[in-house]
Design a protein around this ligand. Structure first.
Ligand SMILES: [Zn+2]
Length: 487
């Protein structure tokens, strides 16, 4: 072990963080770290359970004098989003990370760091390892595969947990206390298509230069959605001249706002007429997106037959089937659908058209739906379902997870805020986030559970530029120590 973090405080937290980073632990590859956490519990004679999905619970009895204080659950996920640059020499399936420190920040060379959520694991291990701390009975919950649709927790039986207070450590802004989150669900739409020969030349139309972003946390910024903008462009062109759709695709992930999309059309319209329309449309879209997504670029060029990527050789989708595709894209809702009434500037319900693709027997469109209100999410899904069915299509679903609904009264939240205010003379900002957290599953299975979520400052999580602030790790550590001391 390199010991890059040796000499930095908090010593034991950073020691365990470095230990975790020495093991590969990308989502879907957590067997080693899960077993290592179990070995850690065994070495210290602590009670534990490990399920077949690798989720682990470790229990530590109350310290002396805290036997009658209500127990607390701490929780974080052991998997990380493992991404690397082309320059990275390591195999993230097998190797540990190459840690480095730059000023106040820890990062990993040419890879993501997994501060999300390795720092939670490190905090919990440091508490379990410490024999001098004052604390109530503790239950530490370490989950797997959070980053790929909250998979570990969704399959975990947490009914043995006795604590009524949960401190989730999976958020990344010190001073912000998360008190609720959205639930999610995918709507996967399929419209049947038929391909027939169409006359004319082929043209490629492409939208690029958009910002994209996280489909939950950035949905309120009204950035351009490349899929919808391209559908709009095709709709506008079709007002003037008919065409067949040879190919169309955009977006890579349900939960990312697509920043690139392209289509190939075949038409007898003149290239001059088309090019003039594209110029006008580019200006129109630029104007509409001013201040929201200024870089939009609409490109158009004629392509040779042999350069054309056909979904079905020399054929295209036209007529009523093309109507259905464009209607589906233009008429289905997208973006923010409702704002929260209990917390200011917070999105309550939204959806993102993340992926579209013309395939040889259907046109696929995938939406990521989010809402912190259960019924609103169900209603939004129903709207898409009924509409797509009316167009002759079908809608499937996957990845349904429950929201963590905001509680107006929360004694644990008040306690956490009071301790923070006492220590730092500042009031924590309470937020409900428009993204998924594991608290939804825990509060669903454990009625009456009082949850909050917090964590130290991290930047650029899930990217190769991820950074974790050492001074913030220290302050949050001191805060947790103080919180556990409360009677
Ligand atoms: Zn996380």
């Amino acid at each position: 072990m390199s010991g890059v973090l040796e000499g930095y405080e908090p010593k034991s937290v950073l020691h365990f963080f470095e230990k975790i980073c020495s093991m590969p632990h990308g989502s879907g590859n957590t067997a080693m770290i899960s077993d290592w956490i179990v070995a850690f519990a065994k070495e210290r004679g602590l009670g534990f359970t490990q399920d077949i999905h690798g989720n682990v619970i470790i229990r530590k009895p109350a310290s002396e004098g805290y036997e009658n204080v209500p127990g607390m659950i701490l929780q974080g996920h052991m998997d990380m989003v493992a991404v690397q640059t082309e320059k990275s020499p390591i195999d993230m399936e097998k190797d540990g990370l190459q840690l480095a420190v730059d000023g106040d920040f820890i990062y990993a060379k040419e890879t993501s760091l997994g501060g999300d959520d390795g720092i939670a694991v490190a905090y919990m291990l440091a508490i379990l390892d410490d024999e001098t701390m004052a604390h109530p009975a503790l239950e530490m919950v370490f989950t797997t595969d959070e980053e790929i649709g909250l998979q570990g927790i969704s399959k975990m039986d947490v009914s043995s947990l006795k604590g009524k207070k949960l401190l989730n450590l999976d958020t990344e802004d010190e001073g912000i206390l998360v008190a609720g989150c959205a639930g999610g669900k995918k709507a996967i739409c399929s419209l049947p298509v038929t391909f027939t020969p169409v006359a004319g030349n082929c043209y490629k139309i492409q939208i690029s230069g958009l910002l994209g972003g996280h489909s939950g946390m950035e949905i309120h910024k009204e950035r351009g959605n490349a899929n919808l903008l391209l559908a709009r462009v095709l709709y506008e062109i079709r007002k003037e001249c008919d065409f067949g759709l040879v190919n169309m695709q955009g977006g890579e992930k349900d939960n990312a706002i697509p920043n690139f999309a392209q289509a190939v059309i075949q038409t007898e319209a003149s290239p001059i007429q088309l090019s003039q329309m594209i110029d006008e449309l580019q200006q129109m879209l630029q104007k509409e997106l001013t201040g929201k997504d200024d870089g939009i670029q609409l490109d158009f060029r004629q392509i040779a037959q042999e350069e054309t990527v056909w979904v079905k050789q020399d054929c295209a989708v036209s007529g009523k089937k093309l109507d259905a595709i464009l209607l589906c894209m233009l008429m289905n809702p997208n973006g923010v659908q409702a704002m929260s009434s209990s917390i200011e500037d917070t999105v309550e319900t939204s959806l993102n058209c993340g992926i579209m693709k013309l395939r040889d027997d259907d046109f696929l469109v995938r939406y990521a739906l989010r809402s912190s209100v259960r019924s609103a999410k169900a209603y939004l899904f129903d709207r898409i379902n009924t509409f797509v069915q009316s167009l002759g299509g079908t809608v499937d679903t996957e990845g349904d997870y429950p929201p963590w609904e905001y509680q107006t009264d929360s004694t644990f939240r008040e306690q956490v805020m009071a301790v923070y205010e006492q220590m730092y003379g500042k009031t924590m900002e309470v937020q409900v986030i428009h993204a998924g957290l594991e608290c939804g599953y825990l509060s669903e299975q454990l009625p009456g559970l009082d949850c909050v979520s917090m964590g130290p400052d991290m930047k650029n999580i899930h990217t190769t530029n991820e950074k974790l602030s050492i001074s913030s790790v220290k302050r949050v550590w001191e805060f947790i120590v103080e919180l556990l001391k409360q009677k």
